[in-house]
Design a protein around this ligand. Structure first.
Ligand code: HEM
Length: 365
């Protein structure tokens, strides 16, 4: 190692740059609004954490681009995803600090901000795009809102990220490569289908013989059960599944979805524990972003009521709608539709369980 000058705390962290970056717009106008400093610092803290999240997601995408991902790499992916979820907890919590600023306080400096807005958070858009929410997933009005408000160089950066393979696409490719949608010499999905039939017959019997239901409610419940049966049929039929996909009801391919169902059903086997954890962590990441979006939308309602945002959207109403719609890993939530009780799972033949189990050679009986 070369001998160099001792590192100084403030220089290493470039604190003069960071701590001198809170110029209030109200101050520049000679009418300093006390709360504007909090508003700036909170946003800066968010952007720093967004940077860290992008750092983790980018590194995970690089690992996932490999044609084969060994379990040691899956462990790294899981550790990084878990870090992302911890950061997300913090991001949700910071809304409590923002909410110590009241609506009246905000009005003291709000007009200085127009037309700047969270719409223009490039890093937030990069996180969305890296996970899998790209321009074509957005409503027309939403696309126009933030596209027209991004600087040309930011727009270019966003488009470059959108052109890359997203985490959702990488997960789809990884799941599709797995050998679980078809087994040599064992009709797993035939056995699964029989188990589903028996589970649904049982549900039908419970509804039909439930004395506390009147005919109208019984009819409704049986119709819902029929919908569930149709969902199972769709999962197992490539043509119907592709129709679902083209209607945007599902994002993953049928092969990928079947692998994910298999992993969820047999996740206790060592070979499936890590893959299960990856899917579960991604579900967690999606849930925490959704929670943040919802908390942010409620905070906006508290601070703005039904006023429009500085970026020109309908404010709370717009944000509430993106909460439900912008979900990169919604398929992993809907996966639960296709699960059956543990006790009804098809019994796997020894040649498959031997591969799913990991036994250190010297311990084999
Ligand atoms: C007083 C506090 C806040 C208010 C009143 C507020 C208001 C809004 C409004 C109304 C929008 C919709 C776009 C518009 O018309 O401007 C928006 C979007 C957004 N805000 Fe905030 N915001 C606040 C704090 C924050 C904070 C602390 C962050 C953290 C980075 C943030 C990040 C975002 C993001 C990323 C969007 C885009 C969301 C999307 O399009 O899905 N906001 N905000």
């Amino acid at each position: 190692m070369k001998i160099k000058a001792p590192v100084y705390y403030g220089d290493y962290l470039q604190l003069p740059k960071i701590l001198n970056a809170q110029d209030t717009e109200s101050g520049k106008d000679g009418k300093e609004a006390h709360e504007e400093t909090l508003f700036i610092i909170i946003h800066q803290a968010y952007e720093l954490w967004f940077k860290q999240i992008l750092h983790e997601i980018d590194s995970i995408r690089t690992i996932m681009e490999k044609p084969f991902i060994p379990s040691t790499d899956l462990a790294v992916i899981n550790r990084r995803l878990e870090r992302v979820t911890k950061i997300q907890d913090l991001l949700v919590d910071q809304i409590n600090i923002m909410e110590t600023m009241t609506s009246l306080d905000f009005m003291e400096f709000r007009d200085y901000l127009v037309p700047a807005s969270g719409f223009q958070s490039l890093q937030f858009r990069l996180i969305e795009a890296s996970l899998g929410i790209k321009a074509h997933h957005r409503m027309e009005v939403e696309k126009q809102f933030f596209n027209s408000r991004l600087k040309p160089e930011d727009k270019k950066t966003l488009e470059a990220t959108e052109a890359k393979t997203s985490m959702l696409e990488l997960i789809e490719a990884w799941l599709s490569r797995m050998p679980f949608s078809k087994f040599e010499g064992f009709d797993f999905w035939g056995d699964y289908s029989a188990a589903v039939k028996s589970m649904l017959e049982n549900d039908k019997k419970i509804i039909s013989t439930n004395p506390s239901l009147d005919d109208r409610v019984r009819g409704m419940e049986l119709a819902n059960l029929e919908m569930t049966r149709k969902s199972f049929d769709t999962l197992l039929d490539p043509a119907s599944f592709n129709a679902w996909k083209s209607e945007g009801k599902v994002h993953l391919s049928q092969k990928a979805m079947l692998s994910a169902v298999f992993i969820y059903l047999y996740r206790d086997y060592p070979a499936l524990q890590m893959p299960f954890k990856v899917l579960n962590n991604l579900t967690e990441v999606d849930e925490k972003f959704t929670t943040w979006r919802y908390r942010h939308a409620i905070m906006v309602q508290r601070i703005l009521g039904t006023k429009i945002g500085t970026g020109g959207s309908s404010g709370h109403e717009y944000l509430r709608s993106t909460t439900e719609r912008n979900r990169a890993f919604i398929d992993l939530f809907n996966l639960a539709t296709f699960l059956i009780p543990k006790s009804m799972r098809p019994k796997l033949p020894d040649n498959i369980t031997n591969q799913l189990d990991i036994v250190y050679d010297s311990l084999r009986p």
